[in-house]
Design a protein around this ligand. Sequence first.
Ligand code: ADP
Length: 328
Amino acid sequence: MSTSIKKIGVLTSGGDAPGMNAALRAVVRTAAYHKVECVGIQQGYQGLIDNKVKVMNARSVNNIINKGGTVLKSARCLEFRTKEGRQTAFKTVQKHGIEALVIIGGDGSFTGAMIFQSEFNIPVIGIPGTIDNDIFGTSHTIGYDTALNTVIEAIDKIRDTAISHNRLFFVEVMGRDAGHIALNTGIGAGAEEVLIPEEDMGLDRLLDSLKRSEKSGKSSSIVVVAEGDKTGKNVFEIAEYVEKNMPYYDVRVSVLGHMQRGGSPSCFDRVLASRMGVSAVEALLQGKSNMMVGMKSEEIIFSPLEKAIKGKSEINKDLIRVSDILTI
Ligand code: ADP
């Protein structure tokens, strides 16, 4: 490795995601492997401001690879958005002799990292940890696969009760700006329709589709709705509209909420997080900075943080086609 970095800091920031611990473990152990000191910063950028820093070695991260959430804890930190806040944070960096940072988080955390890097010239590498998979420069973010599995399990259970009572269920899943979770779980759980932020399906088309299904002999159905679906209506308003127009249906709403963030990470997320953690530290030691580690076609790649933040992670249009065909 070509730089003289002797100490790195790592933090988890923004919304938590299953697999953040596996990424943390990989960062700490890769640092130890390369004989670089490592400190963990608690509660994201808030911990930098409040000087909540602890020394970490290979044994500090025993038995966390299987744990959801983040043992370092995460936080949304308003103070870090101000110049004064970041100056206080940099004092902590100097005090502990931290020479580079690994930031595990989403696009907000990466924005903070980029600004911090430009103001104080400290090398930073981002690891994408968010269940929404809404980050450009990687096919998968850490936590997304686990969230998909959690949602599928929940919808399978809802289906049991939907069938037993001839009910029409509207299931709201996470995704304010991105329909990845809704679209994939919609297909995976065999939903009747999927409403996502990227495509305006329109309530009339939804009604037509449900009427067609009803005519073709379906007595129960599941519609998956992303939080930020393009109709601009929330899941309760959509359900109410459908109930008014199809009074013979027994309509129910289920909002899955925060359970989608929790749980033990899937094997996929653990492996992804492990690979990204190793690559993030090695990238810093090779002199890279201001980059995000990602994965494309099973290979680790790097993108400028700016691109990761500004670029859009597009949904796969073929999935919409597949979903349409299979709900015949
Ligand atoms: P996520 O990383 O999951 O997108 P947030 O958007 O809440 O989550 O961002 C996490 C944290 O990153 C914020 O609480 C704040 O401390 C920091 N951050 C976000 N945007 C900025 C910004 N424009 N300037 C400085 N810090 C920021």
